[in-house]
Design a protein around this ligand. Sequence first.
Ligand SMILES: NC(=O)c1ccc[n+]([C@@H]2O[C@H](COP(=O)([O-])OP(=O)(O)OC[C@H]3O[C@@H](n4cnc5c(N)ncnc54)[C@H](OP(=O)(O)O)[C@@H]3O)[C@@H](O)[C@H]2O)c1
Length: 240
Amino acid sequence: MKALVTGASRGIGRAIAVGLAEDGAEVVGVHYAANRAAASETAALVAAAGAKAVLVEASLNVDGVVGARRIAAEWEGDLDVLVNNAGIDARQPFGEVDEEKYRRIIEINLTAPLFLTQELAPRLRDGGRIVNITTGYTRIAAPTHPAYAAAKAGVNNLGLALAPVFGPRGITVNAVMPGIIDTDMNADWLPEGRAEAAAYSVFNRVGTPADVALVVRYLASDAGRWVTGQVIDATGGSAL
Ligand SMILES: NC(=O)c1ccc[n+]([C@@H]2O[C@H](COP(=O)([O-])OP(=O)(O)OC[C@H]3O[C@@H](n4cnc5c(N)ncnc54)[C@H](OP(=O)(O)O)[C@@H]3O)[C@@H](O)[C@H]2O)c1
């Protein structure tokens, strides 16, 4: 199995990349924006798990189409699993949404997954997998993050729209929506807000990257072959 994981230098993407290597992937693409040191750490973990790691550098910041095409151009050959995980969680209440940040949120979180999927579609092998990482904020109201929630909701629906497109080739398309996960994305508030964050989940703890990666690994495995066009809630039962 050959897998490409965007945003795999840190956090959830790293756990997915290493997890797929543990599940027997021969090659795992570790995409990152700029943090080469972190990406190299992921690559070392992927290699330790028995897979060949391929570093792919491309910022999706300014233009998600250009960034997606750059990733596709750097990727050699075909692949079985594409995980669109790279994202930014820009907290920005409705009254403060400004054009620059809005465009960045849309480019990275919505435009890039769509065009990367389009670019790599001809090289995805039959029986492959596309997994998009979205957010629990598409189910739970997030007045603090309206643009982010809207972008990720678009990705949820992209999976629904594309499932029939890829179905004839045995390729599944699904979204996985995490709740609050202990990553750099939340590093500025989690240390003090941990108890409050934990209380969102019925399990009364903050999620780990591995919690989300296990769901992606299931979808990427043969066990996930009959599941497509779905949005899988991996929020640990948040706000139920
Ligand atoms: N953490 C949560 O609580 C949470 C909750 C729900 C959903 N999610 C979603 O889960 C995914 C992963 O989140 P995370 O918490 O693991 O994130 P993270 O720890 O902040 O890591 C973000 C990853 O995305 C890459 N990235 C960031 N900006 C980029 C850009 N402009 N262009 C290309 N790549 C970029 C980073 O690369 P560099 O290292 O090079 O910067 C890094 O690999 C995201 O889609 C996020 O929206 C996270």
